[in-house]
Every structure is written in structure tokens, then in C-alpha cells.
Ligand binder design. Structure first.
Ligand code: SF4
Length: 615
């Protein structure tokens, strides 16, 4: 049946942990993980709630394929109302924590209220209890994992935690599991911090039972694994080069946002690329990359494990950073590098390590530094305000800023509010490269037109993982479309958004979609889950989830005016590359998109659309 049929409800105000049955009608309508947890959230909170108040809730959820033998089936999601955007937030993470939740017998954990003092939650199969976190508060994610394992005398316990950044409610704090996997975007770590919840530790020994048709499931998962292995991207490119393989590709097509999107190509892109990770350093003759790594059950293994240069200025006096650790992935390398004009690979890895150690989203952090550096170059921010010189390209400023932000020191407190609030405070709101308050990832919407629409309409603010049309517009997956035209993009964006909602809700990694379509996912879901899981139904579930998220945002106060892009992308033409002279054509695409979606011109699902989807 795919689901454990069991929910754990943790009331942090009362200090209670209660078991309740999973709503199986909702499981049938929303599948699991992102979709199902969002259904619970929108049914239980006021859309206008302050995200950092006790009245907000936070849900950690698995999907029906989480913990199974489906490739990449180790994902879990964190769903809440996000403090960075005020919109629905759903952040997805790999590693091993999600599978462990499933092995302990739970489909999801709902956190409500706020603890009077710092606590952590320990789940051991059916048993769940809150424990005092006084000794953990003020510790990093890495120290927290180590201390909990020591306390429990169990090296196999799986832990998700927040660092000092989440405690301080940096608005783009994330929740880190397994040392360097994270529910990364939209500030879910700040919500956890606001609840005085430091960590969740899980030990599950039950395995996964109840697959509907085990023979069919074995066949479907084996066939789907073969598709991944035979595909050039998932079988060769990602294992060897990781997601960072995109750095030179995206730079060449003129869509690598550089220096806060002033430019679309970065002269030092090759220095921070996947290829550079394989080159021997002059200082010690070692490559930056040590090996690749896989999350639970993954047959792609795109993860990077790297070792920083011990003589680099960032770490030469800090041996704790000398060992092999996670990173760099493409989005982090871009945000910490090209977005700020920094071409020092070791400095990027250092900033990435601090983001992992203290639990910060490197995309929003790096992009916020980019905005600060532009304000500095314009003379609006000064050495006195920041506490140092901070021109574009300064690796020293990047390294100092990541420390200050993670620990809530000096100007780091302002950086911790994100680029929207920073740019508003200093009178230049248009310089925040964000949508709904969340910073862009690593694709310039002038060079990849469909991504502009995907960003503008993303339900959790600017994001590449809600509708990755880069796959089609750049890589030709599943079909090649022209990245420089707006034609056909509303349909393309809708198709990617709805399909991604299904991948996320099943409990698998969206990177499989480089090789899989929904037709590869459907037999796996159908064999694992009770009920009829046809292609038609999966398509409908994806669309239902997208519209449910949209309706929550509408009720929270978002309108068509919030489906926008910064004027830099719609009025300042790209200066170089294939998109030279182009701006993003959002004004043309957006009304077409609303029509394709069955929404009003004001961006709300029509009565007919809601009725068709049962919303
Ligand atoms: S493809 Fe990469 S991110 Fe996705 S599950 Fe595998 S290792 Fe993790």
C-alpha cells in the first residue's frame, strides 16, 4: 500500500506526542509527501498566519516510494508557511532521514505550537518523546548530530537539525540531515527555530511493508533503474560531474546570472566548474573532488564529496574544515560564485561548508551577498556599514559575510533577512533578484525564457525545482524547445510544474526526470499503492496539488501582481551571448499561462477548474 497509514502529531506547547491514522482519502487525492502534507497544512492553519508564530505548523513527510527499492526513494519534504516569502513552503531533501522515518513506521510528523524551552524529538519505531535540548542550543548542525549520536550511543540514528542560523531565524535557514543534505529553501529552518525545536532523531527498524504487488513493483523499479543507467545524463554525466556539469553549459548559452544579474556570462565560470573540481591543485597536487555520493536507494549518485585546500586563507587555521565533506553542487557554486563575481573555488567551498554546518540555504545567502555587493559598488552600503570592503569578486568579503550571517553578528543580521528586505531598507528594492521574496537560482530568464515564467509563477517564490524547463529549453529533455522564444512556454511550464508535483509527492528525486517521464513513475506508484494509479490520475493529482498551493497563496494575500520579475530581467537586455539584446517576455506569457491553467485574469483558479480538480 505504500503508506504506513500513521501520522505522529507533536504538540510542542503541550509537550505531547500523539499517534493518529493517516487520512486515506487525502492519500488517494494527493499521493504523499509534498501533496499530502500540504493538504494537511492548508486544512489546519490560517493562510494569513505569521510564519514564525506558534500558530504556524511544520510537517515532515515521506512519500509512498520513500524507503522502498525505487531508485532515489529516500526523499522527504518539510511543508510549512515560509517566513522568507509568506507563501506556501515545501522543501525537499535526500540523504537517509526520510527512509528512516518510513522504517520507524510513520508517514509524517506534524509539529504544532511552540515549546517553552529548546527540545529535540526522538523517535524509535513506535515510541516518540521530546527531550531537553539545552545542551544542544547554540550548536551547529554537525555538532548536534554528533552529540545526539553520542547521547543515544547509536551511530545509525538519522538526524535532521537546525544550526545557529535557524535558532536566530535567519529567513533562509534550512534543516540539515545527514551532515550535508538539506531541506534547503524558503526558510523552513527558521520556522523550526521559532518553535524551539532543535532536532529530530529517528531510528527505525521495521523496514517497509505493504507494497501492494511486490512482483510488479520489483519489475517496475528494475526497468526504471535501467532507464536511468542507460541515459547519458543520469547514467554518466551526473555521477561523474554532478549537477555542476551545468556551469560551463549555462555560461556558454548566456544564461549564467553574474554579479547580481548585471551580466549573463561569467569570465571565471571555468574556474568554478565541475571540470575544475577534477583538476589537480598547484598547492598540494590533489583534486578538489574526492568522490561522488548517493542518497538512500539512489542509482544516480550525483552528490559531490570534496576536500578543501588546507593552505587556503579561509581554513588554514581551522583544521575542522580540512576533511572531506559535501559539495559543491551547481546551485551553490553559482550563488556563492558567479552571482558575486567570485571565481575562487576554495572560497566557494568554504562558504558552502559554513552553510551546511550552520544550516543556511546557499542560494538565497549567495544571492543576498550579490545584492549587498551591488549596493556597495553603488556607494549605498559602505565599509562602515558592512564592516569591510565588499566589491564584486571579493572572496574575503564572501568568507567573512557567511560567518557573520550564520552566527548573527554585525551586518550579518541584515544579510540574514534576505535580499528583498535588504534592498528595501537601503532604498533600492528593484535590486533584489527575487520573486515573492525568494532569490533566483542559477538560470537567467533572458537567456532561458520559460524559466522566467516558471520563476514568476512558482508557488514558493523563485525556484528551479518547481518547473525545470531548463531540461527542455537547454538539454532537449524530453523534447528540445528554443530557449530564446516565449512561444509554447506557458504549456511547457504547466506540464513541468504538474509533473514535478507528482515526482515530489511520490518520494523520489526530481533529478530522475532527466531520464524518466511520468510514464516511468506510474508503474512504480501503481505497483506500490492501493487504488487506481493510472497516468490520467497522476496527471490530475499533479495539477490538483499545484492549484491547492496556489489557492493557499491567494488566500494568504498573493495576487497576479506577485507573479512578477525584477525590472532588470524585463527591461535591461542581456549584454552578451546568444540572448544579447533580449529581455524576458513575461508580459506575453503570463496571461496565456493563466488561460492554460484555467485561472481568471487575476490569477485565481476559476470555479470550473476548482470543481474539475475537486478543490
Ligand atoms: S540524484 Fe543526487 S540528489 Fe537525487 S537522490 Fe540521487 S544523489 Fe541524491
Amino acid at each position: 500500500m505504500g503508506w504506513n497509514r500513521k501520522v505522529l502529531r507533536v504538540n510542542l506547547s503541550a509537550g505531547t506526542c500523539t499517534e493518529e491514522p493517516l487520512n486515506m482519502q487525502w492519500a488517494d487525492d494527493y499521493l504523499g509527501s509534498r501533496g499530502l502534507a500540504t493538504k494537511y497544512l492548508v486544512s489546519e492553519i490560517d493562510p494569513k498566519v505569521d510564519p514564525l508564530s506558534p500558530d504556524n505548523k511544520m510537517i515532515m513527510a515521506t512519500g509512498p516510494l520513500t524507503g522502498t527499492m525505487a531508485s532515489t526513494g529516500g526523499r522527504y519534504t518539510v511543508v510549512t508557511k515560509g517566513p522568507l516569502t509568506g507563501a506556501i513552503a515545501c522543501s525537499n531533501s535526500g540523504g537517509f532521514f526520510g527512509a528512516e522515518m518510513k522504517f520507524a513506521g510513520w508517514d509524517m510528523v506534524i509539529f504544532e505550537g511552540k515549546s517553552a524551552k529548546p527540545v529535540w524529538l526522538y523517535i524509535e519505531n513506535d515510541k516518540a518523546e521530546l527531550r531537553d535540548a539545552a545542551g544542544l542550543w547554540g550548536k551547529s548542525c554537525w555538532e548536534t548530530e554528533e552529540k545526539i549520536k553520542e547521547t543515544l550511543q547509536d551511530p545509525l540514528v538519522r538526524i535532521s537539525s537546525i544550526g545557529v542560523s535557524g535558532e536566530n531565524q535567519v529567513l533562509y535557514s534550512c534543516i540539515v540531515n545527514d551532515l550535508y543534505r538539506a531541506a534547503g529553501r524558503s526558510g523552513v529552518g527558521a520556522v523550526m527555530g521559532s518553535k524551539n525545536l532543535k532536532a529530530v532523531a529517528i531510528r527505525g527498524t521495521k523496514g517497509v511493508s505493504g507494497i501492494k504487488d511486490f512482483g510488479a513493483f520489483l519489475k517496475a523499479t528494475n526497468e526504471a533503474k535501467k532507464v536511468l543507467a542507460d541515459n547519458a545524463v543520469t547514467g554518466q554525466g551526473l555521477p561523474k560531474y554532478g549537477t555542476q556539469v551545468l556551469m560551463n553549459v549555462i555560461n556558454e548559452i548566456g544564461a549564467l546570472p553574474t554579479r547580481n544579474h548585471r551580466d549573463v556570462q561569467f569570465e571565471d565560470a571555468s574556474k568554478i566548474s565541475a571540470e575544475a573540481m577534477h583538476e589537480k591543485r598547484a598547492s598540494d597536487g590533489k583534486t578538489h573532488l574526492v568522490t561522488n555520493a548517493a542518497c538512500f536507494g539512489c542509482t544516480i549518485a550525483c552528490g559531490r564529496i570534496s576536500e578543501i585546500d588546507k593552505t587556503h586563507f579561509t581554513v588554514k587555521n581551522s583544521p575542522k574544515y580540512w576533511g572531506a565533506s559535501g559539495g559543491l553542487e551547481y546551485e551553490a557554486a553559482w550563488a556563492l560564485g558567479a552571482a558575486n563575481g567570485v571565481g575562487d573555488l576554495e572560497a566557494l567551498q568554504y562558504a558552502n561548508l559554513i552553510c551546511n554546518e550552520q544550516g543556511m540555504d546557499p542560494i538565497s545567502f549567495g544571492a543576498t551577498v550579490g545584492a549587498a555587493m551591488e549596493l556597495y559598488e553603488l556607494g549605498i552600503l559602505t565599509d562602515d556599514i558592512i564592516g569591510m570592503a565588499a566589491p564584486f569578486g571579493s572572496a574575503e568579503a564572501l568568507a567573512k559575510m557567511v560567518e557573520m550571517t550564520a552566527l548573527g553578528e554585525g551586518f550579518g543580521k541584515e544579510l540574514g533577512l534576505g535580499s528583498k528586505r535588504l534592498c528595501e531598507k537601503y532604498g533600492r528594492p528593484e535590486l533584489s533578484m527575487s520573486v515573492k521574496g525568494q532569490e533566483f537560482p542559477a538560470y537567467d530568464a533572458r537567456g532561458i525564457q520559460g524559466m522566467g515564467l516558471a520563476y514568476a509563477t512558482s508557488n514558493r517564490g523563485a525556484c528551479h525545482l518547481r518547473g525545470y524547463t531548463v531540461a527542455s529549453e537547454v538539454l532537449g529533455i524530453p523534447v528540445k524547445t528554443d530557449p530564446l522564444t516565449t512561444d509554447g512556454k506557458p504549456e511547457l511550464v504547466k506540464a513541468f510544474q504538474d509533473a514535478t508535483a507528482v515526482f515530489d509527492s511520490a518520494g523520489i528525486c526530481v533529478f530522475t526526470s532527466f531520464a524518466w517521464t511520468l510514464a516511468d513513475v506510474q508503474p512504480q506508484v501503481a505497483a506500490a499503492c492501493e487504488g487506481d494509479w493510472s497516468m490520467e490520475k497522476l496527471n490530475e493529482v499533479g495539477e490538483r496539488i499545484w492549484n491547492m498551493e496556489r489557492m493557499f497563496n491567494n488566500a494568504a494575500g498573493f495576487t497576479a501582481k506577485d507573479d512578477n520579475l525584477p525590472p532588470r530581467l524585463t527591461h535591461e537586455p542581456a549584454k552578451t551571448g546568444p540572448a544579447k539584446g533580449l529581455v524576458n517576455g513575461l508580459a506575453k506569457m503570463l496571461p496565456e499561462y493563466y488561460q492554460v491553467r484555467g485561472w481568471t485574469p487575476g490569477g485565481e483558479p476559476t470555479t470550473e477548474t476548482r470543481a474539475r480538480l475537486g478543490l
